[in-house]
Design a protein around this ligand. Structure first.
Ligand code: ATP
Ligand code: MG
Ligand code: MG
Length: 539
């Protein structure tokens, strides 16, 4: 056990699928089109793809569309697009609703075999009876009566609407999932997003899933292990209906600290305006984390690293972001920005009268990233945080230029903040001997092509203040009041060329992703800070 545990921890997935044959494995990813994909779905999708590829088999993307109240075409389209972002394309895309006729026939078959009955017990009573292991008053109704009432459900009559269809499995099985589960429900509230009002009864997930898995030739159903209690139920239908069996393979559900991973709850955040949309950078959706600078490469590595572990863990975001940093650091171009609000001016004695252009590598260790131009001049901007540490007489290094002596420091007498500094160029100085290597920007006319770029640096915090949300917690009690931080900044002229989605490093600040480039209509560049797994946010 120790050895295999170890393998798993190292992210080795060499755990065979039971009965997995090369070329014969079919997996499926079955999202309900009731929201946008989140990072938990990404895990499920990537694992299904992983095993399909490993066994040179197939993967089906199946929209699990049995509850019209929650489902929309908009969500289907977004799911397809997000899967594409993840590099996933199913060999087939299907819908559970493609099989509504067959599923319905199987329901009739079960009723005729005396293995299902129609129940008009009200919801609360049914819940109590199930909890206490008491049989429903309808459990022993005759087959004809069940068929008659299922027809009433099918028509959506008043009588039918008060009923549901239940599989006749057990009244008091210790596993409550086996206590006569509901397999069909009436729904006349909302038209189905594909079939409109054709159907007034819909199968539940418990019933539809094993049938469609069996019909579609799925060999291995990968499910997150919160369904484990339902595995015997999943298996029961194969025998009861006499259909081909499917293997189950459980994987652990992803949970993250300070994070809700439920489409239903995320939808509420969107509806209540807590976030700007499903792609909000604070959201754990595929779109949200992408927008915040998560790479697909890091996401894949992270998910495969967890391997077949069955522990339902509360994961920290830090590890994922630290992994992401390893992916982006070798390729992210380096740039410079200073805080606009609190900038200090440096007069460089001996500096060039007219700005002088210098060509530099965008990444010191990776020439493939390309080159950039910077300007040397006799007037520089320095961050107040740096300026306030300076002492007269001190020798400092201006990164990518050279050393200078601090000659004079002028402070605002009221606030004490450094307004300007005189510094003397000392290019013969040894940068290895200075303590401070500072980032700076030449004050270049903003009108020029290479003029400084107005930036808005955006940083985000967790949306909720509770580390581990419990099932019954109302998220509204734990909304973090401030989750967006904006810092106006000035950046070097090369930032003019940034496109949406470009990832850079601002030296001595961190990694950023371009969220809105400079345009003629709006010259302000929006840069979202990419967490690097180090500085934990302020919660
Ligand atoms: P949600 O509550 O967020 O809507 P769900 O399980 O109802 O989640 P589905 O669209 O039915 O969402 O899920 C599609 C697949 O994604 C299922 O196989 C499900 O097990 C898996 N999945 C959903 N959430 C997670 C998660 N947090 N970790 C791992 N897998 C998940
Ligand atoms: Mg579901
Ligand atoms: Mg759910």
């Amino acid at each position: 056990v120790g050895a295999s545990r170890n393998r798993v921890d190292q992210g080795n997935f060499d755990i065979p699928l039971k009965n997995g044959e090369l070329g014969g494995v079919v997996t499926r990813f079955p999202p309900e089109p009731s929201g946008y994909l989140h990072i938990g779905h990404a895990k499920a999708a990537l694992l299904n793809q992983y095993f399909a590829q490993k066994y040179q088999g197939k993967m089906i993307v199946r929209f699990d569309d049995t509850n019209p109240n929650k489902e929309k075409m908009e969500f289907e389209q977004s799911i397809i697009q997000d899967l594409k972002l993840l590099g996933i394309q199913g060999d087939m895309t299907t819908h559970t609703s493609d099989y509504f006729d067959q599923i319905y026939d199987y329901a009739i078959q079960l009723i005729k075999a005396g293995k299902a009955y129609v129940d008009d017990t009200d919801l609360n009573t049914m819940r109590e009876e199930r909890g206490a292991g008491i049989a429903s008053k309808c459990r022993d109704h005759a087959i004809e009566e069940n068929l008659r009432r299922f027809e009433a459900m099918t028509q959506g009559t008043e009588e039918g609407l008060a009923c549901c269809l239940r599989a006749k499995i057990s009244v008091d099985n210790p596993n409550k999932a086996m206590r006569d589960p509901v397999i069909y429900r009436c729904n006349v509230d909302t038209p189905h997003h594909i079939h409109g009002t054709k159907w007034k009864v819909y199968p539940t997930y418990d019933f539809a899933c094993p049938i469609v898995d069996s019909l579609e030739g799925v060999t291995h159903a990968l499910r997150s292990n919160e369904y484990r209690d339902r595995n015997p139920l999943y298996g029961w239908f194969f025998d009861a209906l006499g259909i081909r069996k499917v293997n189950i393979w459980d994987f652990s559900r992803l949970n993250f600290v300070y994070t809700l991973l439920s489409k239903r709850k995320l939808q509420q955040f969107v509806d209540q305006g807590v976030v700007t949309g499903w792609d909000d950078p604070r959201f754990p959706t595929v779109r949200g984390i992408r927008r915040r600078g998560m790479t697909i490469e890091a996401l894949k590595q992270y998910i495969l690293m967890q391997g077949a572990s069955q522990n339902i863990l509360m994961l920290e975001w830090d590890k994922l972001w630290a992994l992401n940093k390893k992916v982006i650091d070798p390729v992210a171009p380096r740039h410079t920005a200073v805080n606009e609000k609190d900038v200090c001016v440096v007069n460089v004695l001996g500096g060039p009268e007219l700005p002088e252009c210098k060509q530099l590598a965008k990444h010191k260790k990776n020439p493939a990233v390309g080159t950039k131009q910077i300007f040397l001049s006799n007037t520089l901007y320095l961050d107040q945080d740096d300026a306030s540490t300076l002492e007269e007489g001190e020798e400092i290094t201006m990164m990518d230029w050279g050393n200078m002596f601090v000659k004079k420091i002028n402070r605002d007498p009221a606030t004490g903040r450094v307004t300007d500094v005189d510094a003397e160029l000392h290019l013969e100085g040894d940068f290895k001997k200075t303590k401070k290597k500072l980032t700076w920007l030449s004050v270049v006319s903003p009108a020029s092509e290479q003029g400084l770029v107005q930036c808005l640096l955006l940083d985000y915090d967790y949306l909720i203040t509770k580390k581990k949300m419990e099932e019954n917690d109302d998220w509204k009690d734990f909304v973090n009041p401030v989750t967006e931080y904006k810092t106006p900044a000035l950046g070097d002229g090369n930032l003019h060329a940034l496109q949406r989605g470009d990832i850079i490093q601002l030296e001595r600040r961190g990694y950023y992703i371009c969220d809105k480039p400079v345009t003629s209509a709006d010259p302000v560049l929006h840069l979202i800070r990419i967490p690097d797994g180090k500085a934990q946010s302020t919660v």
